[in-house]
Unconditional design. Structure first.
Length: 401
């Protein structure tokens, strides 16, 4: 086995090994980047297989098209995965167009251009250089720039430069008069060696990013209450404290304690499965209404706490009315027809100067007042004397909900 043939086998093994690693890492994960990368490395491994069996394929044009398109597809899948990972929902249509344009250019035009010429060399390597450099740009612009992200961007950038260097070398030293002569050329040894090293580095860098995301996903799962989908008590307290500390001075936030009314009675009369159904449905509604800018945590059995930033008294009133309406309209399959679940609320408007524990205590006291007044309502806590924000306190701020 010649050196270039050995390197082909080595690169083929690298591709399949990394594909298996990505699938293993994300087998039970929602990190789709791993599956994009697995598909990309399988496609790239196909390129190596085509080049290895080029002598057995009757059409030289077919060999060229399969080899080029498989590698281009692999790079396209990886870059598309990066784009969708760092910018969820972003369109990848333009990447598909680039892939199709490159494949058609190679099959119908570049194949007729003599190998070893500058036009053929840059026409062949250019699309790969473009895709890898685009991948580096995507990571640098839209990633959180963690060490793993920066390492990936560096490897993608090196890969792009390597494809350009291969074009220069192919034009200067020649890559053989035909695809089947490629394995015997000096260029093939350089190409496969450099390709193998950078494939290994790219695979490791991508594995690093995927591993970081999988661990972050696992950490987020541990922060969530499995029944309601809200943050657990510890995660809520930690994140709420951080959010309040980051809030600009003079901007108020609302801390809302929510307690489902007569929840013990629901468990006693209809069973714990019915109670779980109520917690699940109400928790889902509260998390959705909190939105991406708010926090919702389950801080007790049937008790939730919500933090809304840049939310004054008037906005908090509107928000609580929306929650009451939504819970009131929710139907629970395990409860009798017409059974209405209600909740009581205690609201403390606060700002960054007040400790979270103090704000929660005020909200708790307001919640007790709402429950003592007959439940299915809300109370606002007296304002903290430490606050400096404009809470826009209306005259009826402490009235019944």
């Amino acid at each position: 086995m010649g050196d270039a043939a050995f390197l082909l086998v080595f690169n083929f093994a690298i591709g399949l090994s990394f594909a298996a690693a990505f699938l293993a890492l994300t087998w039970r994960s929602k990190v789709a980047l791993g599956r994009w990368c697995a598909a990309g490395f399988v496609a790239a491994a196909t390129t190596v297989a085509v080049e290895g069996f080029a002598s057995a394929i009757p059409s030289a044009r077919l060999v060229s098209v399969l080899s080029f398109s498989s590698l281009l597809l692999g790079m396209t899948l990886i870059v598309a995965g990066l784009l969708r990972h760092y910018r969820p929902g972003a369109s990848i249509a333009w990447l598909i167009i680039l892939f199709l344009a490159g494949s058609l250019l190679n099959g119908f035009y570049l194949f007729e251009v003599p190998r070893g010429t500058t036009l053929n060399a840059f026409g062949y390597q250019g699309p790969f250089a473009l895709l890898t450099l685009l991948g580096a740009m995507i990571v640098l612009v839209w990633s959180p720039r963690r060490p793993a992200d920066l390492a990936l961007a560096a490897v993608l950038g090196l890969s792009g430069l390597q494809f350009l260097a291969k074009a220069v070398l192919a034009a200067a030293a020649g890559s053989g008069p035909g695809v089947r002569d490629y394995l015997a050329s000096t260029y093939a040894q350089y190409s496969q060696t450099a390709g193998g090293i950078l494939s290994l580095l790219l695979g490791l860098a991508l594995v690093g990013v995927v591993a970081v995301e999988v661990m972050a996903e696992a950490a987020r799962r541990l922060e969530r209450d499995s029944l309601s989908g809200a943050l657990n008590r510890g995660a809520f307290l930690q994140q709420a404290d951080q959010v309040l500390r980051r809030t600009p001075q003079g901007i108020c936030s609302s801390l809302i304690m929510v307690d489902l009314d007569h929840f013990k009675s629901i468990n006693d009369r209809f069973g714990h499965a019915a109670g779980d159904d109520v917690i699940r449905a109400c928790g889902t509604s509260l998390v959705q209404l909190a939105g991406t800018d708010g926090l919702c945590g389950r801080v007790g059995g049937e008790e939730f706490c919500i933090l809304l930033t840049d939310c004054n008294i008037a906005a908090a009133r509107i928000y609580v009315d929306a929650i009451r309406s939504l819970i009131g309209m929710t139907r629970f399959p395990m409860l009798p027809e017409g059974y209405r679940v209600t909740a009581s609320f205690g609201i403390a408007v606060t700002d960054r100067l007040e400790p979270l524990a103090d704000a929660m205590h005020r909200a708790d006291l307001a919640l007790y007042e709402a429950k003592a007044a007959g439940r299915d309502g809300y109370r606002f806590a007296p304002l903290s004397p430490a606050g400096t924000a404009d809470f826009e306190r209306p005259a009826a701020a402490f009235g019944d909900g």
